[in-house]
Design a protein around this ligand. Structure first.
Ligand SMILES: Cc1ncc(COP(=O)(O)O)c(C=O)c1O
Length: 411
């Protein structure tokens, strides 16, 4: 008998983006003359920068020579890339991370999803609500979620921590006992961040209660404000309670190129069935080297070039381009009295739907009356209801036009 993992049966359909696409297509068909502007794009749109492209071309040429050919590389990543990461992303911010604490991979989606392999199946998981759905779905697959409750739109055994305007998007420490908590800052979808002091509260609590923080910093390079930490390890004590995920996807346009990394400090310990301390670094090393065969040499050379002086400058100008779009959105919304959050340290703007409209109704209204597409907040979790996500990944011209059209909405 082919017995399947029945937990998959508990997964809810990936309704959000298929449903938005369906409604956009239906509108486009009914109104072929409409020029729909998409501010729901969650992918980068600018090409990879010249420094990265050059480094990858050079690496391809090397691969075609006898002396420069690379076969299987170290599963954890080449030393040249891990050294660049340790120096630029950590040492430069006063944090010591050893090379054997860095694991290069093909994406933070995989890493945040796979990390559960080394954690007990009976761990209680907490997520913020709204949430990047990968954290929830991968725990459903692993059997940590319990059943889905249609009445609440939530899984019974997952602890949801509401982050909304009511708590200024600062999640409160859960009252229940939890073992693992996912924190994503700057946040997708809200675009909001935590200050050093606010993150310190979480680190102190996690150390006291023996909780593991899974910190997703995929949007780190969008941070513009000084009191926002770029890494959880800037907070004292984080090395004994946190794993950090970072990605070149949004930093340097690698969504199609694929490169990311995960930091698992050697001080970080879990407990086995007998209560013995076990190194999470050793477990992740075992898992990574068993199930993953390394990111290609060419891509790792490209990622290394992100840290070169030219690479830095080119990446900065692309990030400034996106952040300028976010500024256009924020200003335009403020001008017409729509309350919005995020967009300062993030490519995402999270607005309060006007007149208390539910987020799908606002989606339809915006599409039909203004030919602008965004993403309904309810798609990211029950606490996203009444909110709406706009992204900064379109062109400045389209972003301006979309925001002008908002002003014509009858709200
Ligand atoms: C919060 C968050 N983490 C991770 C990812 C995926 O990153 P990667 O492209 O490295 O898999 C995304 C992509 O949208 C994201 O929003």
């Amino acid at each position: 008998m082919i017995k399947v993992n029945s937990n998959f049966g508990k997964l809810q359909g990936s309704y959000l983006f298929s449903e938005t696409a369906k409604r956009i297509n239906a509108h486009a068909q009914a109104h072929p003359e409409a020029e729909i502007i998409r501010l729901g794009i969650g992918d980068v749109t600018m090409p990879i920068c010249e420094a990265v492209s050059k480094a990858m071309h050079k690496a391809v040429d090397e691969m075609a020579t006898k002396g420069g050919f690379h076969g299987y590389g170290p599963e954890q990543g080449y030393e040249f890339l891990r050294a660049a990461i340790a120096k630029n992303d950590y040492k430069a911010r006063g944090v010591d991370i050893a090379l054997d604490e860095i694991f290069v991979s093909d994406g933070s989606k995989c890493d945040t999803g796979n990390i559960g392999d080394i954690l007990g199946s009976d761990c209680v998981v907490a997520v913020t609500d709204p949430v990047y759905p990968v954290y929830v779905d991968t725990n459903v697959m692993a059997g940590r979620s319990g059943d889905f409750d249609p009445a609440t739109g939530r899984f019974k055994n997952i602890v949801y921590i509401v982050t909304d305007a009511g708590n200024s998007f600062v999640p409160e420490i859960p009252k229940q006992k939890v073992d693992i908590v996912y924190l994503c800052y700057p946040n997708n979808p809200t675009g909001m961040t935590l200050t050093r002091d606010q993150l310190k509260v979480w680190v102190d609590w996690a150390n006291k209660e023996g909780v593991l923080i899974l910190f997703d910093g995929a949007y780190e390079r969008f941070i513009t404000e000084d009191d926002v930490p770029h890494s959880i390890y800037e907070i004292e004590g984080a090395k004994t309670c946190a794993i950090e995920f970072r990605s070149f996807s949004k930093t340097a346009g690698f969504t199609g190129t694929r490169c990311a990394y995960t930091v698992v400090p050697k001080e970080l310990m879990g407990r086995d069935d007998k209560g013995q301390a076990v190194s999470l670094n050793a477990l992740w090393n075992r898992r990574h080297t068993t199930k993953f065969n390394g990111v290609s040499y060419v891509v790792q050379r490209g990622a290394e070039a992100v840290y070169s002086p030219e690479g830095r400058q080119q990446v900065e100008s692309v990030l400034a381009y996106y952040l300028n779009n976010a500024k256009i959105i924020l200003k335009g919304l403020a001008d017409i009295g729509i309350t919005a959050y995020g967009g300062v340290n993030s490519p995402y703007v999270w607005l309060k739907t006007p007149g208390g409209m539910d987020s799908w109704s606002f989606f339809d209204k915006l599409l039909k009356e203004a030919n602008v597409a965004g993403t309904p907040g309810a798609g990211f979790g029950a606490a996203g209801e009444g909110y709406f996500r706009l992204t900064a990944f379109n062109t400045p011209e389209n972003t301006e036009r979309a925001i002008q059209r908002f002003a014509s909405l009858n709200i």
